[in-house]
Design a protein around this ligand. Structure first.
Ligand code: PLP
Length: 491
């Protein structure tokens, strides 16, 4: 099996490498040449000069090595398998990158008159049509920048819809216990009380349990299908019916849409509001908080509630419309993260309808194949062991050792492969959430499963030792890393 033997860098900060007077470029010293140039400082108005700026001083080679080393300390899907469950770290075709980095795209300015960016607006208009087709929704906003912002937009629309219909008392949103943490957070941010509904022992939400918590206070329910256990919710239609019967609206968390692309549509299941994560399902490099796009689609009755602007088409061409009758207002500047939207458009055009259906088939096949290649004693399925997985599989690490899932996750870094998501969903003991995505070749899936099985043997026999051995950073103090957050200039 492939072993990772990359050099372990412990790269200092660039300011620590700095030595006074060292330079990375040569400036002509001949006074005759110098006299042709003005002192650069004189080009900056005095009122805005800040005195001397302490920039690091290094040679060109030092700068090159510094950044190359930093890149080696990182991991990416272009280096190895990256099955971070729920995050969909699939391969992003280079052609999407090329198009989104084209000059005409890069040089477009959001304040440019609409007449001068008709091409781009027509692409956004067409993209909206594709997303409606994929989800069975009536209209979409493209402006929301992430799944979480899409959720907020969705629940704000639900709130305004009820208020406009004299239903102010509806202040509860139902959220299953398997949901992504952003669901209850978005509902709470929009001022709702979060009512939890438990999944059953097979990992699914039963319509009966939903009916039990529905009342005249129910504003709606946020539902993830397939859920974060990678399971299709077999009572989804009945759940939608239960909430609708109570007068609530159904919100579809579509972050896992790569499992259903071209096969099933939330609109047909009975959902009223849907968000998609273009950076997950429709291929944009993400992670580390990079730009994303979380468009939100709605059925006809909510179309006027979308955040503005939306792209409209008239006889005079394409334009941004800020005048929707019941809009919840703008949530983000202009049309959104346009480079991400463009990548999604290219991805959809590349694959076409049948290609998108192939994506979901392969994502599901890969997840089930990998699951079945794991030692079932070592990694038992937490829920529904008799059910097929969709795009991902969640297993427990069968061990009494505290932090066993974390140890397994750290150990696999030494194989040159990224860890799965750990300790999520919260209802699973020592959880590993593995999402191989559709882009991995079968050999890679074999290697990943073999590595996990080998690590488990080491864990059980006590031969694993301290892990990781070959990563630049071992175990970080996760609490200290985020709290208290101290950001300061180092030098
Ligand atoms: C990723 C994810 C989200 C949040 O999306 P972001 O784009 O990261 O804000 C919500 N729900 C599920 C199930 C997810 O996987």
């Amino acid at each position: 099996m492939r072993r990772f033997s990359q050099a372990v860098w412990d790269e200092p900060l660039i300011s620590e490498l700095s030595r006074p007077g060292r330079v990375g470029m040569s400036i002509p010293s001949d006074p005759k040449i110098l006299s042709r140039y003005r002192d650069p400082a004189s080009l900056v108005p005095e009122s805005v000069r800040r005195g001397s700026v302490k920039l690091p001083e290094l040679s060109e080679l030092q700068v090159l090595r510094h950044f190359n080393r930093l890149s080696q300390m990182n991991f990416s899907v272009e280096l190895g398998m990256y099955p971070l469950g729920s995050c969909t770290m699939k391969y992003n075709p280079k052609v999407s990158e090329m198009v989104s980095a084209s000059d005409s795209m890069k040089n477009a300015h959001p304040l440019q008159p609409g007449e001068t960016v008709q091409g781009l607006l027509s692409i956004f208009y067409e993209l909206e049509g594709f997303l409606c087709e994929v989800t069975g929704m009536h209209r979409f906003t493209l402006s929301t920048a992430a799944g979480a912002q899409g959720e907020l937009a969705g629940v704000l629309m639900i709130r305004k819809y009820h208020r406009d219909h004299g239903q102010d008392k509806r202040d509860e949103i139902i959220v299953p216990d398997s949901a992504h943490g952003t669901n209850p957070a978005s509902a709470a941010m929009a001022g709702f009380k979060v009512v939890k509904v438990a999944s059953d022992s097979s990992g699914q939400v039963r319509a009966r349990s939903v009916r039990d918590v529905c009342s005249e206070k129910t504003a709606g329910m946020m539902f993830t299908v397939p859920n974060t256990l990678g399971l299709f919710e077999s009572e989804v239609a009945e759940v939608c019916q239960a909430v609708h019967d109570a007068g609530g609206l159904m919100y579809y968390d579509g972050a896992n849409m790569n499992a259903l692309l071209g096969r099933a549509r939330p609109g047909d299941m009975g959902f009223d509001v849907v968000h998609l994560n273009l950076h997950k399902t429709f291929a944009t490099p993400h992670g580390g908080g990079g730009p994303g796009a979380g468009p939100v689609g709605v059925t006809r009755k909510l179309a006027d509630y979308l955040p503005v602007p939306v792209v409209v088409k008239s006889k005079r061409g394409y334009a941004l419309d800020y005048g929707l009758k019941h809009t919840i207002g703008p949530l983000k500047g202009f049309v959104g993260n346009s480079a991400v939207l463009l990548r999604a458009y290219v991805y959809i055009r590349l694959l076409g309808a049948s290609g998108l259906a192939d994506v979901s088939s392969l994502a599901v096949l890969a997840a089930n194949y990998l699951w079945k290649s794991l030692d079932p004693e070592a990694f038992p399925a937490s829920h529904g062991s008799g059910l097929r997985r969709k795009h991902e599989t969640v297993v427990s690490v069968n061990s009494e050792l505290p932090g066993a899932a974390l140890t397994v996750a750290k150990a696999i870094l030494d194989y040159g492969m990224h860890a799965p998501t750990v300790y999520f969903p919260l209802i699973v003991h020592e959880a590993l959430m593995i999402e191989p995505t559709e882009s991995e070749p079968v050999e890679m899936l074999d290697e990943y499963a073999a590595a996990l099985n080998e690590i488990y043997r080491g864990l059980k026999e006590g031969t694993l030792g301290a892990v990781p051995k070959h990563a630049s950073v071992g175990k970080v103090d996760e609490v200290k890393a985020s709290h208290p957050l101290t950001l300061r200039v180092h030098w």
